[in-house]
Design a protein around this ligand. Structure first.
Ligand SMILES: *Cc1c(COP(=O)(O)O)cnc(C)c1O
Length: 367
């Protein structure tokens, strides 16, 4: 960088590489001339059913109040969450997406002399949030593309203030049974915050479910991060939340931007939380789509990582090349070379016809 001011930014800021989001539909349309309506985007684990009609109605109604600042304490949303999960309002932190909850946790607990532990092939925001605080990343090798909790426990040192665990994990979709996480929590020193990122928890089958929120009473160093952006379909509105011990939530609320969640997002979230039918429909579409995609992968002789999320990661060889072919056919998926997986593509589960278009395009790309 050539300006004097840029050279003055701290070295850890210079060392950051920006998050690489899925390509927007409008961008591919501009680049290829393919009409937006013909493009299929399976790149950002969005909800292919859109949002709940009730959430949409609440969002539209809230627009009327768009000239007002939102309720910085998110009274109605916290009341809805407290009711739904049997927690106290003082245990809640509302985020502008759960990405914000992760950032707020890093702001509250990391400093330049601290470190954060997370797994190889886990969510890109963990190193970003850690490095942005000037803290050190301790990345622990994955086991079968998932978290190796024993190795992560051993990696904790005197400087460690946060352990990030995504369950299910993104971008690999791997899942840790609840009892393994509970045993991990029982071992981790209570002056290390365990951030349990449950962005995809609503997609878990009933028999895999576990109740992490109930653990907060026993583990004051546990922060659960959840989102309404995935199963609830509010990705564009940005809304998520954290559940923790009141002292943890209090510290996080001190660094949180006062109006981080918009009036529209808060209203939509309250309505969405009440529409359980919608979430169940999304989970059902996901189960069917997962079966559709993995059956096609099996037929094509492709390896994939069994996934508990709303996406699946498949080994295609030269993923950069396959991705180019898919894009030319109007299909957007997510190459994950940036995660150190250059032979793999992560594909979000879409509607049945979107999945079918992806499968046909993939066959074409591999032919
Ligand atoms: C998508 C995702 C999030 C955050 O999404 P938001 O849209 O910010 O709520 C957090 N963690 C993981 C693992 C994710 O995949």
């Amino acid at each position: 960088m050539s300006t004097r001011i840029a050279s003055r930014a701290p070295a850890h800021i210079h060392s950051l590489s920006p998050y690489q989001p899925g390509k927007p539909i409008s961008e591919l349309a501009r680049e290829t001339g393919i009409p937006e309506s013909e493009i299929v985007k399976l790149a950002s684990n969005e909800n292919p059913l859109g949002m709940s009609p009730k959430a949409r109605a609440a969002a539209v109604a809230a627009l009327e109040e768009g000239a007002r600042y939102p309720d910085g304490n998110a009274f109605a949303l916290k009341a809805a969450l407290a009711r739904k999960y049997g927690v106290d309002e003082a245990q809640l932190v509302i985020g502008n997406g759960s990405n914000d909850v992760l950032e707020i946790a890093a702001q509250a607990f990391l400093a330049p002399d601290a470190s954060a532990v997370f797994a190889q092939y886990s969510f890109a925001v963990y190193p970003l949030a850690t490095i942005a605080r000037g803290a050190r990343c301790i990345q622990v090798p994955a086991k079968n593309y998932g978290h190796d909790l024993d190795a992560m426990f051993r990696a904790i040192d005197q400087s460690t203030r946060i352990v990030f665990i995504a369950n299910p994990n993104n971008p690999t979709g791997t899942f840790l049974p609840g009892n393994e996480i509970e045993a991990f929590l029982a071992r981790v020193p209570q002056d290390v915050l365990v951030v349990l990122d449950e962005a995809y928890t609503e997609f878990l089958p009933t028999d895999a479910r576990y109740d992490a929120i109930a653990w907060v009473a026993r583990f004051p160093n546990l922060l659960i991060s959840r989102t309404l952006c995935k199963a609830y379909g509010l990705a564009g509105l940005r809304i998520g939340y954290g559940v923790a011990h009141p002292e943890v939530a209090d510290l996080m609320n001190r660094v949180r931007q006062p109006f981080n969640a918009s009036i529209v997002a808060q209203a939509a979230a309250v309505a969405a939380l009440e529409d359980q039918d919608f979430v169940e429909k999304a989970a059902e579409n996901n189960r069917r789509g997962m079966a559709q995609l993995t059956a096609a992968f099996a037929e094509m002789g492709l390896e994939w990582i069994p996934s508990s999320g709303n996406f699946v990661t498949v080994r295609v060889g030269d993923a950069g090349k396959v991705d180019q072919s898919l894009l030319a056919q109007g299909i957007i998926v997510r190459p994950i070379a940036g995660y150190g997986m250059p032979e793999w593509l992560r594909v979000s589960i879409g509607l049945p016809e979107e999945n079918a278009r992806f499968i046909a395009a993939l066959r074409q790309a591999l032919a």
